[in-house]
Design a protein around this ligand. Structure first.
Ligand SMILES: [Ca+2]
Length: 500
């Protein structure tokens, strides 16, 4: 049977459409699916497979929470207190199983570029919204210094992601000081799925904006700090690539670039890189320290029905005052717990062969992968990961143009003598060229530990008390419904004329 492997952020909708095609079902039936999908969360967690006894119980998770968080805190303190001796050791970064040591004791200045769609029913994933809330919490906790937020298309057209980010930040009480910057959308990307291309023809995306790229450049060259900027892209890396092309000197002001994206077995890329493979090439080829958080790393963590139920009970009770902002995303989280195991995770599991070191989460069959939260935790808490290693990566061009075969080429781990130093200054002194070389954290130390931290951070930011909880927006369901009504009316009028 023809089964195409899914990308990292393949949505339930895409796969429903693909399955419809395989089953010979019509596009109109897909429309019905789309219209019914928002009701998925109402049906709750009825599937018996979602209540496996092998899932950690709520009680055990709660009992472990304090000790795990204390462990995370003490490890961070230990890493910082040992910073100077470890930095001076030539072996510190050349130990394949160790986490990288932060290059400064100051929290990194982080710019976050995202494609949020968790507040849109037809958005492909809610993980960007979750990651933005985690970023706000990390900023409040001084684990990072969040410099700014920008938006691109990806999980949804820019039309929807831009609205999503604005609504999300208005809803999050601590986000008032962050004005998001608008960037590039589907007009500058390869919309990678047939049904999305159809949607994009029915309702074309809005115009691109250069605001995000300029804002990134301005933040990097800010003259009120000597500290360089770290950029994390959790959507297609288009905005960052455009910024690098617009200001070539930008590389000199970047501490590090992190991208959620990449696929290590040369199968079809995740949605981020597949949507703008040329942009991924531009960033990887730039002479700037770069880390990829690929499919294989992210799929070691799954947020399952127990996670969502516990979170709802602890932070989102109906009569609870000062609810967490993340409660607004519960409908999409529940939808994804229902749909992602069958429609995405089975394909992801095929990218994690048994003879490799990437052990998929045992919960792949009962939850969704929080890709972008994993990525931001790699920035803030690198000790949660291990087997940080360096590889060469390339995105070969082809005569037919992008996205070519939608794959990337990654080498085996580079010999240690080809790895960069622990600091950018040392690399600069050695004229080290980072072009084409990326760092990859291959293994998540503990899924339980990282999920506990995710929950604490995700539900830390309270919702604004000034506005009601936002409803999930219709997205493409609006124009689809309108199109359906228009077609039905036209057929009705035609039938009346014929049979009158
Ligand atoms: Ca994303």
């Amino acid at each position: 049977m023809m089964i195409e492997l899914a990308g990292a952020e393949l949505s339930s909708l895409q796969l429903l459409y693909r399955r419809n095609k395989m089953l010979g079902m019509s596009f109109s039936r897909l429309v019905v699916y789309l219209l019914l999908l928002p009701a998925a969360w109402v049906t709750g967690f009825s599937s018996p497979t979602l209540h496996s006894t092998s899932t950690p119980s709520r009680t055990s998770l709660s009992m472990d929470r304090r000790s795990i968080l204390e462990s995370i805190g003490s490890t961070t303190v230990a890493a910082i207190s040992n910073l100077e001796p470890m930095r001076s050791s030539s072996r510190s970064m050349s130990t394949a199983t160790s986490s990288p040591i932060p290059s400064t004791t100051l929290p990194p200045r982080v710019w976050l570029d995202a494609d949020p769609s968790g507040l849109v029913w037809t958005g492909l994933d809610c993980d960007d919204d979750l990651a933005v809330l985690v970023a706000l919490a990390l900023h409040d906790n001084h684990a990072i210094q969040l410099e700014g937020l920008s938006v691109c298309g990806g999980n949804a057209p820019l039309r929807h992601t831009w609205k999503d980010m604005q609504v999300l930040l208005r809803h999050a009480d601590s986000a008032s000081s962050f004005a998001p910057q608008k960037g590039y959308g589907w007009k500058s990307m390869q919309v990678s799925r047939d049904w999305l291309q159809t949607m994009n023809r029915i309702q074309p995306d809005v115009l691109d904006s250069k605001d995000a790229t300029q804002a990134m450049i301005d933040a990097a060259f800010a003259d009120d700090t000597a500290q360089k900027l770290t950029i994390l892209t959790i959507g297609p890396p288009t905005n960052l690539a455009k910024a690098l092309q617009r200001e070539p000197k930008l590389t000199s002001r970047l501490e590090h670039v992190y991208m959620m994206g990449g696929e290590l077995t040369q199968q079809r890329l995740d949605l981020n890189f597949a949507s703008d493979r040329a942009a991924a090439r531009t960033v990887v080829d730039a002479n700037v320290p770069t880390t990829l958080i690929p499919i294989q790393t992210c799929a070691q963590v799954v947020l399952d029905d127990v996670f969502v139920r516990d979170s709802e009970a602890d932070y989102c009770k109906s009569n609870q005052k000062n609810k967490a902002a993340a409660c607004a995303l519960l409908p999409k989280m529940k939808q994804q717990v229902q749909t992602m195991p069958e429609l995405v995770n089975k394909a992801v599991a095929k990218r994690m062969p048994a003879d490799k070191r990437w052990i998929p989460s045992p919960n792949l069959d009962r939850g969704f992968i929080p890709w972008d939260i994993v990525a931001i935790l790699a920035v803030a808490y690198p000790h949660l990961f291990t087997e940080w290693e360096y590889h060469t990566v390339s995105f070969p061009t082809c005569p037919q143009g992008e996205p070519c075969d939608r794959t990337m080429v990654v080498s085996d781990t580079l010999p240690r003598e080809q790895w960069p130093s622990t600091t950018n200054d040392a690399d600069a002194a050695n004229n080290y060229n980072h072009s084409g070389i990326v760092r990859i954290p291959h293994v998540v130390q503990s899924e339980t530990e990282i999920k506990t931290l995710m929950q604490e951070l995700l539900f830390q930011t309270p919702a604004s008390t000034q506005r009601p909880t936002p409803r999930i927006m219709l997205g493409f369901l609006g124009p689809l419904g309108l199109s359906g009504v228009t077609v039905t009316t036209a057929i009705g009028l035609l039938a009346r004329r014929i049979f009158a």
